[in-house]
Design a binder for this molecule. Structure first.
Ligand code: ZN
Length: 258
């Protein structure tokens, strides 16, 4: 059966209505590169120069840690790091390396209220998710403590997760995992201090255990550095019976490929 005439008309009307609205938005906020601010004409997102500076993380990589290999060693190969220190989560995937271009995007989302960047960043994360978002039961953001949430007004991990959930049509659960203890900022702390700082900081909200028990979950954060925060969050989800946990971040701090 084809399109009902009424339905077709409604879709056409919607498209026609949105076009002038977009033109007004472009007039007030002319499309500019999200990194360097250069006008991008009719295109949204990044200018060609900043776009080509982005380093997306692609296969071949370690199946567990998502660390890129310089040579393709065949499917299912693990990095030495994943074998020596298996992480508490099942796998880690990230969209791009945390270099200057990516840092500007992350800071824009976090501190400059560029929430308009979130849909684009979420799209890249979805692509990097390696099918885990499509196969998951729910997407959960790494939560902020309520006092920090109050000061900053929004959680960038939740913003990315929300857009990804919408794009992939998967459930988004922002209130299931809680940060029950206020922690110091991880920036500037060493690996060991980071672990101590976030130990026991997360818990599954009372009455929400059913969101987690036996489920395949995707835990979202903006940047993966030493992994101490997502490891602590993962342990709280494991204690509540999560079956499978993928950590998915926008950026990945990584010195070199293997
Ligand atoms: Zn640019």
């Amino acid at each position: 059966m084809g399109l009902q005439p009424f339905e077709g008309l409604a879709r056409l009307d919607r498209a026609l209505l949105l076009r002038p609205l977009q033109a007004v938005v472009d007039l007030v906020y002319p499309p500019a590169c999200a990194v360097c601010g250069t006008s991008t004409g009719r295109h949204r997102g990044l200018c060609p120069k900043c776009w080509s500076a982005l380093r997306f993380i692609e296969r071949p990589y370690c199946e567990v840690l998502g660390i890129p290999f310089s040579h393709d060693l065949g499917p299912g190969i693990l990095s030495a790091e994943a074998i020596a220190n298996p992480p508490p989560f099942d796998r880690l995937r990230s969209a791009a390396f945390h270099d200057q271009t990516v840092r500007t995007l992350v800071h824009g989302l976090k501190y400059r209220d560029r929430t308009d960047l979130a849909p684009m960043m979420a799209q890249w994360m979805l692509r990097a998710s390696d099918g885990t978002v499509a196969a998951c039961d729910a997407i959960l953001p790494v939560p902020l403590h309520r006092t920090r949430m109050f000061l900053r007004k929004f959680n960038q991990a939740a913003e990315l997760g929300r857009h990804m959930a919408r794009q992939a049509e998967r459930p988004f659960l922002p209130a299931t995992l809680l940060r029950i203890r206020r922690t110091r900022q991880q920036v500037g702390l060493g690996a060991r201090a980071r672990e101590d700082n976030v130990r026991g900081a997360f818990a599954v909200a009372e009455g929400r255990e059913g969101d987690v028990f036996g489920k395949r979950l995707v835990l979202v954060d903006d940047v993966y550095t030493t992994g101490a925060t997502v490891a602590a969050a993962t342990r709280a989800l494991r204690r509540a019976g999560a079956a499978d946990i993928t950590v998915l971040t926008f950026a990945r701090a990584l010195a070199e490929t293997i």
